[in-house]
Design a protein around this ligand. Structure first.
Ligand code: G1P
Ligand code: ZN
Length: 543
């Protein structure tokens, strides 16, 4: 089987964002678009000759076609092997685990995460390195440079590989192994948590609802929660992955997981609710009439992780993305461990995890994870919560009340202004950036600005520097507003406005977040002039 070398030329717009390349599905389906990007990854990482790579995705529209192309290109580029999830399915954390467990050269993960799927929705592709984590900034820069210089790609002509049958076949000189996508991951989870205790919890009548949102975690959650841990049949809802996620928006937050929220706040609600996103790396946690913000969830997990066998000896340190609330900082301080503040995106946690500086990390965007893989991990977070609930015997609401009593409560919210014209979004950011130096001392909406800066990060492990990672405005008393532009959208620009306020007085820990954050929202809107510059008087999504 002779590889074909196909002449091509650079295609504009192949710059990887916060998490790989995300585009409209139809864009990915255009002639050469996928092939150019795959060849650029291969060239950007220095080739794949003799290597084995993991390949899998979240099952969205075009997942299977794209995998066939990637396999043919791996064969043509001299790779030795590919490990592929059956049916082309691998959750992002399961892919990360397989990359590590098999000692492979990395993996291709096909997903646009929580973005809707379908021919008129979104598609994405990212490369994870041999440590199982998203390619570093340095590597993505090389991949991007390759997309701008490409003149040809290599591909073999071949029949489709049967992705549905477990076993090994060959494609030219490439050995293709189709594996059960759940088995290795389920085994890893069992090694981390006290499954006996969680089983006993379910056996005692504890009720849970897990919304897989028609996305990739369905098979994982059903196998682990229902088949292994004995949760009642029907605990997992929307559990069959579909190419367009049941026409839904597989983002686990109170807006998009509204059905679950309604059930958890209704009469006779289950004890515990959770959801995960398109590719299984995000999670939402909700107790009976008790939504837990992702920032609070990270803090709670840090405070109680020792209840799970994997973390019984304590945490080496923790890390959070800059816009994530300071709740976990306070827990870390009490435990006497380091807390790192990194730019948005999981790729920035990799060096800290590899160096053993942190055990847990998380982002306000519903991502939490640990050193067991190099991605955030939705089901892992749910299982750690279950382990904590089983071990403590307390409810979600009780655990949260105790956390706030001990550390104060960081009221938190994110306002997203989606599909803003790029020029207008830039005007908001540029205008605010220009005024940062003048802000300290300013009084606005009853708050006084104490600091204002643009976040930059110096990686303490590899010394790399990431600049322009968001605008921060701090207020007296521990409130903060952050502005940044999304790096994962596929149309226009999305302005994210992150709001936080620390409350420590015992009688003010039970307010609606909206009320507690009102002054911060007002101050942020005034200082940024967002409404006038964008013509928007309210955000599209508040989480
Ligand atoms: C968003 C989240 C970020 C997360 C990323 C990938 O990126 O904000 O925390 O790591 O998705 O899931 P953004 O669109 O803000 O660049
Ligand atoms: Zn995701």
């Amino acid at each position: 089987m002779q590889p074909d070398t196909v002449a091509t030329q650079p295609i504009a717009g192949q710059k990887p964002g916060t998490s790989g390349l995300r585009k409209k599905t139809r864009t990915f389906m255009e002639p050469h678009f996928l092939e150019n990007y795959v060849q650029s990854i291969i060239d950007g990482i220095g080739g794949v000759v003799g290597q084995t790579l993991v390949v899998g995705g979240d099952g969205r529209y075009f997942n299977d076609r794209a995998i066939q192309v990637i396999l043919r290109m791996l064969a043509a580029n001299g790779a030795a092997g590919a490990v592929v999830g059956q049916g082309g399915i691998l959750s992002t954390p399961a892919a990360s685990h397989l990359i590590r467990k098999r000692g492979t050269g990395g993996g291709f993960i096909l997903s646009a995460s929580h973005n809707p799927g379908g021919i008129d929705a979104d598609f994405g592709l990212k490369f994870n390195g041999p440590n199982g984590g998203p390619a570093s900034e340095g590597v993505t820069a090389k991949i991007f440079a390759a997309t701008e210089a490409i003149t040809e790609y290599r591909i073999v002509e071949a029949q489709d590989v049967d992705l549905d049958t477990i076993g090994t076949s060959t494609l030219g000189d490439l050995s293709v192994e189709i594996v059960n996508p759940v088995a290795d991951y389920a085994e890893l989870m069992e090694s981390l948590f006290d499954f006996g205790k969680i089983r006993a919890l379910f056996a005692s009548g504890f009720r849970m609802r897990f919304d897989a949102m028609h996305a990739v975690t369905g098979p994982y959650a059903t196998a682990i929660l229902e088949d292994t841990l004995g949760a009642a049949t029907g605990t997992v809802i929307n559990g069959t992955p579909s190419p367009d996620f049941g026409q839904g928006h597989p983002d686990p937050n109170p807006v998009w997981a509204k059905t679950l929220m309604d059930e958890m706040y209704g009469d006779d609600s289950p004890d515990f609710g959770a959801a995960s996103d398109g590719d299984g790396d995000r999670n939402m946690i909700v107790g009976r009439r008790q939504y837990v913000t992702p920032s609070d969830s990270l803090a709670l997990l840090a405070a109680h992780a020792h209840r799970a066998p994997a973390y019984a000896n304590g945490l080496a340190g923790v890390a959070r993305s800059m816009p994530t609330s300071g709740a976990v900082d306070r827990v870390a301080e009490a435990q006497g461990i380091d807390c790192y503040e990194t730019p948005t995106g999981w790729k920035f946690f990799g060096t800290l995890l590899d160096a053993g500086k942190v055990t847990l990390c998380g982002e306000e965007s519903a991502g939490t994870g640990s050193d067991h893989v190099r991605e955030k991990d939705g089901l892992w977070a749910v299982l750690l919560w279950l382990n904590i609930l089983a071990d403590s015997g307390q409810s979600v609401a009780d655990l949260m009340a105790a956390l706030w009593r001990d550390f104060g409560r960081c009221y938190y919210s994110r306002h997203d202004y989606e599909d803003v014209e790029v020029d207008k979004a830039n005007a908001v950011m540029d205008g605010l950036r220009a005024r940062l130096a003048t802000l300290p001392g300013t009084q606005v909406a009853g708050l006084t600005v104490t600091f204002a800066d643009e976040f930059a990060y110096d990686d303490p492990v590899d010394g790399s520097r990431a600049e322009a990672q968001g605008l921060r405005i701090g207020f007296e008393g521990g409130a903060r507003a952050v502005f940044r532009l999304s790096g994962t959208g596929t149309v226009g620009a999305t302005i994210r406005m992150y709001l936080e306020r620390l409350e420590t007085s015992a009688d003010a820990l039970d307010q609606p977040a909206e009320t507690a954050l009102r002054p911060v929202v007002d101050a942020a809107l005034t200082l940024s002039d967002l409404a006038a510059l964008t013509g928007r008087d309210s955000p599209n999504v508040i989480t």
